[in-house]
Design a protein around this ligand. Structure first.
Ligand SMILES: [Zn+2]
Ligand SMILES: [Zn+2]
Length: 1008
């Protein structure tokens, strides 16, 4: 009590003393007919202080208060002091302007002197805050997190506050600074889109800060009850020498001051914050989305809209595209409010109170630019001119405030867009949001709870296969604890989410028919669009952000449930899950194959399809056939290339089962004629399998065939990769063949009928060639197996994306190796040959009977014999035979005729192949046991005929020689035929003579 009283008394005394001092100064001012100023009320501008060096100021007891164009205002204590007068004269000469004088008190002067301590701001310019690079570096060194920043601000002198606040915002990457009065003055930064409390400071500092900001921004200091807008520049400088500074960076700000109660709220927005490098490759678009957009922005005209709320990164994305499209041959003009970032080579204009977007756009179109960017479409007029411009040969970029891409269509219609021309003028509607990135330094993986998992499954299940995305296999999410690296905020930086709607026939029709936004959404998602939410969930699974953040920014989409319901019931595809326990249970029950039929016949309807699929997969089926006969429903599986009956079920199962399969494959349930094709996913234990479904109507009703894509276990390594050596190429041949596919250019063809394992062999080759520095691209129909590190694409005949078209566009990307799923036509054959002759390695497949006949087939496809001779490296023919079950195979002595045939066929074995002992021949035949499900065979192995081009063959190719002649020459050069390879494998007990006959018999007959 006593102490506080003493303080109060001493304060009172000090106040009294100051009052006397001020009164003295006032009298002196009156006497000299000069104005008087109290610097405890009027703020001191630290930036103009430096017009007079500190030493001189002390010597002459004066300071500079203000600088205007034609005069400098100086505050002084004694106008009669000769020192003072001398310095004043110097000042006038130095700056070539008038000096006006103001009388101040000694305590005001001393107060002003303290401002020289502010080392941070020393370039005397109004409208600019200058921060020394050295100060920033030191700041960055000392202030590691928000707590330290808070401490720093609380201990600062008022004069240093603004610089520190700005330095802090630059350090944390804050886009805007909020100074909000209340019980305490609150300082907040918007970091990565979210307001974060930084510090509270005393009212005294606030008043000073407010005045300083108003002065800087050229606003009225004495107005407190009106909103005011202004701007200033932040300059980062480097002190090169004692009186020379280099400007390193300049940033524009927008200042907005709003009255709030008895005080004012200040928001300083730093423009261009976070724009570092405008590179479309780095803005966070998925490869497929990027390609889609690239196609749209390269069109000569049309509208590209980016939608989203303020601060969603819309403009940066559009800037990046402009920057990408910018070249001296095209004219780009922007209309902005304000110009946020300068793009060299682009004419950027700014609207004002009297110059609206619509007016500016009209004026600019008269200059006939190729590309126009309109900062924002805010009104009907602008919308209509923009659409018109897009229709009349301009590419127009703009932004719009809408929630998502599909709703934008209706927003444009509401703004008066003509529904008839709208679909044709729209190229793409992008919706964008920024989510905060989880700090990579302190993030950790975790298992989401059941509810979250279910949500993720739903979101992923409605990703259309047309999105051409590889969906993540794991369901792990990430979270962070906070660390110094992220200032304890758990997040660091931001990442964009995108939703891109482009036009197709169906969406065009929907718009014309005034379909609802939801109908457009369903169609767009079906066509492969990822919604913002889906993109967000995928980004969360990729560990870039978390679900909470995605939902904060995108909201919980109401459409999700509805879309999912639709997906289940109709247009979108989905999958079926067979859990590990179920799999194990069925595996036990199906030890005897004959049990399967009994189990299926007793199955409740809802379990029947799942069980059929599960049993088929346990039997390693590659396709499942569900066929009605006159009296039954037959379930058959292709196992190791051969159809096997699995079960005969009552025919009443037919309709419900087909209905369920159609729903699963996203097909029309009410259609019973013609051909329908679809696909779905099977999660089988820990494996995820893709399928192709086709339904064909026949005499007894519809037949369903489910083809299971993926690799046979026979050729898989323990790690799940592919092993070319396990496929059955003879070890004498393998090194020679290997040399061929390691060559930098040429063509390698694998021939044979469907199901002969051709593609798998090519995959095996690609896997061996897939090393760093080699660019491999594939064009397939469909992609059957994913190879990491290889760019795999799929053709889409219906959309006109054919093998030939894909190949042409690939060559522009200059890959080292191209795998072409199949050469089907003349055009593809010709481009493939050209590709190899221009320095690429091309591997592909072809439907021919054997290696030698491929040459005539290529000639028939229009390839010149000369090109074949120079392009071809090797041609192989391949078949698959079933492997005998090692557990139950039975040895036997073949009859004389068979033995003779074997001897004769093998008599022409090339010298490099070790001939078996043929004096006593033992062969093996299948029997059947529980290990092979009573089939007698288990697994497959390849038969190979590999024709490697040597000089002799090259000459024959060049001549366009007949097949037989080529075959003989190839055999003489070391080629072993399919049949020879088969017989050798039969003698080894690997397969049976029946199998060899089955796959090569046709060949032999053709030859005789
Ligand atoms: Zn962290
Ligand atoms: Zn067996």
């Amino acid at each position: 009590m006593a102490i506080s009283k003493i303080i109060r008394i001493s304060e009172k005394l000090a106040e009294l003393k100051r009052k006397q001092e001020e009164e003295g100064a006032q009298r002196l001012a009156a006497k000299n007919k000069l104005p008087y100023m109290d610097l405890s009320v009027f703020p001191i501008n630290a930036e103009v202080l430096y017009l007079l060096p500190e030493k001189e100021a002390h010597r002459g007891n004066l300071i500079v208060l203000k600088r205007q164009l034609d005069k400098i205002t100086v505050g002084l204590v004694d106008p009669q002091n000769p020192e003072t007068r001398a310095i004043l004269e110097n000042l006038a000469t130095k700056y070539g302007c008038a000096v006006s004088l103001v009388i101040i008190s000694l305590s005001s002067l001393q107060r002003a002197f303290k401002f020289y301590q502010v080392k941070v701001s020393d370039v005397p310019l109004v409208g600019k805050v200058t921060i020394n690079k050295k100060y920033l570096d030191e700041f960055n060194e000392r202030v590691k997190n928000i707590t330290e920043l808070k401490d720093r601000i609380n201990t600062l002198s008022t004069t240093e506050i603004l610089e520190t606040i700005i330095a802090g915002s630059l350090k944390t990457g804050a886009g805007d600074i909020h100074i909000e009065p209340g019980k305490q003055i609150r300082l907040r930064y918007r970091i990565d889109g979210v307001l974060q409390d930084v510090a509270n400071f005393p009212e005294k500092s606030y008043k000073f800060l407010l005045t300083r900001i108003k002065l800087l921004s050229d606003l009225m200091i004495n107005i407190h009850d009106q909103s005011q807008d202004g701007r200033f520049t932040i300059q980062i400088v480097e002190q090169v020498s004692e009186d020379e500074k280099k400007v390193l960076q300049e940033m524009e700000t927008r200042v907005s001051i709003l009255p709030e109660g008895n005080a004012e709220t200040v928001v300083i927005r730093i423009l261009g914050a976070g724009i570092e490098k405008l590179d479309i490759k780095n803005i966070g678009l998925r490869e497929t989305t990027f390609q889609t957009l690239l196609r749209e922005v390269q069109k000569p005209n049309g509208l590209i809209l980016n939608t989203g709320p303020t601060g969603s990164g819309k403009t940066t994305t559009l800037y990046s595209f402009l920057n990408y499209l910018n070249n001296p041959k095209i004219k780009i003009i922007t209309i902005e409010d304000p110009v946020e970032y300068r793009l060299p080579g682009i004419v950027q204009t700014q609207i004002s109170k009297n110059y609206s977007f619509a007016q500016a756009l009209r004026a600019i179109l008269r200059q006939n630019p190729n590309i126009v960017m309109v900062g924002e479409i805010r009104d009907e007029e602008t919308a209509q001119i923009a659409i018109q411009a897009a229709m009349t040969g301009h590419l127009v970029f703009s932004t719009l405030h809408t929630n998502d891409a599909t709703n934008t269509v209706h927003r444009l219609i509401d703004m008066g867009a003509d529904i008839k021309t709208l679909p044709d003028s729209l190229n793409a509607i992008i919706a964008q949001r920024l989510v905060r990135k989880i700090c990579p330094k302190c993030k950790e993986e975790y298992e989401p709870d059941k509810e979250t998992l279910l949500k993720i499954e739903k979101v992923l299940s409605i990703v259309s296969p047309r999105a051409r995305l590889e969906l993540p296999k794991t369901r792990k999410l990430f979270r962070s604890k906070g660390c110094p690296d992220c200032f304890g905020l758990k997040y660091r930086g931001r990442y964009p989410l995108f939703e891109v709607l482009t036009m197709n026939e169906e969406i065009r029709k929907l718009i014309l028919n005034r379909a609802s936004a939801f109908e457009i959404l369903v169609s767009a998602v079906d066509a492969g669009m990822l919604t913002l939410y889906q993109d967000g969930v995928l980004r969360a699974l990729e560990g870039l952000t978390d679900l909470e953040e995605v939902e904060r920014v995108v909201g919980k989409p109401g459409y999700l449930e509805e879309l999912y319901e639709r997906a289940v019931s109709q247009s979108l595809t989905r999958g079926i899950t067979i859990a590990e326990e179920k799999k194990n249970k069925l595996e036990k029950e199906s030890k005897e194959r004959s049990n399967i039929e009994k189990i299926l016949a007793k199955d409740p309807q809802e379990e029947l399809l799942g069980d059929i699929i599960a049993f088929s997969l346990l039997l390693r089926a590659t396709d499942i056939h569900i066929e009605p006969t006159q009296s039954d429903l037959l379930v058959r599986c292709r196992i190791d290339g051969i159809l096997q009956d699995i079960a005969k079920l009552p025919k009443i199962y037919h309709l419900p089962l087909l209905g369920e399969i159609k729903i699963l494959g996203g097909l029309k349930t009410k259609q019973f004629t013609g051909v329908q094709e679809g696909r779905f996913n099977i999660d089988f234990g820990d494996k995820s399998l893709d399928t192709r479904l086709s339904i064909i109507s026949g005499g007894y009703g519809e037949t369903a065939v489910i083809r299971i894509l993926g690799l046979s276990e026979d050729v898989q390594t323990a790690e799940g990769g592919l092993d070319l050596k396990m496929m059955g190429i003879r070890q004498e041949i393998y090194p020679l063949f290997e040399k061929e596919f390691h060559k930098p250019t040429g063509v390698i063809l694998n021939t044979g009928p469907t199901g002969s394992g051709k593609t798998t062999t090519l995959y095996g080759i690609l896997q061996l060639l897939n090393v760093r520095g080699t660019k491999i691209m594939t064009i397939e129909d469909p992609i059957e197996y994913r190879l990491s590190g290889i760019i795999q694409t799929q053709i889409d005949e219906a959309a006109g994306y054919t093998f030939a078209k894909a190949l042409k566009s690939f060559l522009r990307q200059n890959p080292n190796i191209i795998m072409l799923g199949e050469i089907r036509d003349e055009e593809t054959a010709k481009i493939a040959m050209q590709a190899s002759l221009t320095g690429h390695m091309v591997i592909s497949t072809l439907h021919t009977n054997d290696a030698a006949s491929t040459i005539q087939r290529l000639i028939n496809l229009g390839i010149s014999p000369g090109d074949i001779a120079s392009a071809m490296n090797a041609i192989m023919a391949q078949r698959l035979v079933r492997k005998l079950c090692p557990n139950c195979k039975k040895p036997y002595k073949p009859d004389a005729a068979t033995a003779n045939e074997i001897k004769e066929t093998l008599s022409s074995l090339p010298k490099n192949i070790k001939a078996p002992n043929l004096s006593s021949i033992t062969l093996y035949k299948p029997k059947g046991c529980s290990k092979c499900k009573n089939i007698g065979y288990w697994g497959q192995v390849g038969l190979f005929e590999i024709m490697i081009k040597d000089e002799n063959l090259q000459n024959l190719f060049a001549k366009g020689a007949q097949t037989l002649e080529i075959k003989k020459a190839a055999q003489a050069g070391g080629m072993i035929t399919l049949r020879q390879d088969g017989l050798l494998k039969a003698l080894d007990g690997l397969t049976s003579i029946d199998e060899v006959e089955r796959v090569t018999g046709e060949l032999e007959k053709a030859e005789i």
